[in-house]
Design a protein around this ligand. Structure first.
Ligand SMILES: [Zn+2]
Length: 266
């Protein structure tokens, strides 16, 4: 018999107003699947659940399974990330992380490492007060995201013909999924990103679990950051809206609370 009532821990990614005072919530469950659920009446002043359903909140949800979409009956706050929400600059980075999580997660398909990575990255952003460390946390998140979702690029042989690679000239082609040898490059001219052997070495070390991204010298990650932005954007198949806002914030030196209006516009 179908169990209609169930509970799950989840990270709220998005809360979209719907109809007269309702909300459609998009969340990542602790099992790593994307959940879309309806919270009826959650935007009314008398609602007991509305206050727990804002984006960037870890909650326990009690749900009722209905034909079209699960219905949220109760919500209990487990972690509110209030330090992030009170810091506009770090808040935009958290929204960037959550936009990618939403894009790379699937409804009904579990991926527990994705949930663990999400919390680790948001907590990393929350505990940091240094912008360079925050940027590293973002890069580390993107690289791990590619890994846990099966989009890690080919780094060891040519992605097309499997021949060995010339270590003096590495060419990365995003849409075929990794490094390409000089012979196969002819078919992909104009789309290749030339990357340094140092970056390839870092990526390989990371892939083999030998390097923590946060231990890298800061300068060595600029090239990788561009590569990771291009890769995650390509596989997501759309522009990452919060990236531009995050860069805009990075160019300003402000640390101020984010208003509800700002949060909805990200
Ligand atoms: Zn080749």
């Amino acid at each position: 018999m179908l169990k209609r009532h169930h509970k799950t821990e989840a990270l709220i990614l998005k809360a979209s107003p719907y109809g007269e005072g309702h909300t459609i919530v998009t969340a990542l469950t602790s099992g790593g699947a994307q959940l879309k659920a309806m919270a009826y009446g959650s935007r009314k002043l008398t609602s007991r659940i509305g206050g727990h359903l804002s984006p960037l909140t870890r909650v326990e949800l009690a749900l009722y399974k209905s034909r079209d979409m699960d219905i949220i009956k109760q919500a209990q706050n487990l972690e509110s990330f209030s330090e992030l929400k009170n810091d506009l600059s770090r808040m935009t980075k958290a929204f960037f992380v959550m936009e990618l999580i939403e894009g790379f997660s699937n409804t009904g398909v579990g991926n527990r490492p994705l949930f663990d990575l999400s919390l680790m990255s948001l907590r990393g952003l929350q505990s940091s007060s240094n912008r360079d460390i925050e940027d590293l946390t973002i890069s580390c998140f993107q690289l791990n995201l590619l890994k846990v979702t099966g989009f890690m690029p080919e780094l060891y042989t040519c992605v097309e013909c499997r021949s060995s690679l010339n270590s003096d000239n590495y060419n990365f082609i995003i849409d075929i999924g990794g490094l390409c040898c000089s012979k196969c490059l002819n078919g992909h001219r104009g789309r290749a990103i030339n990357i340094s052997s140092k970056s390839v070495e870092i990526l390989r070390q990371f892939d083999q679990g030998g390097t923590l991204f946060s231990e890298l010298p800061l300068g060595s990650t600029v090239e990788l950051r561009r590569l990771l932005d291009s890769s995650t954007g390509f596989w997501l198949d759309r522009e990452i809206r919060s990236r531009r806002f995050m860069e805009h914030m990075n160019s300003r030196d402000i640390r101020e609370p984010m208003s509800a209006i700002d949060m909805e516009s990200v």
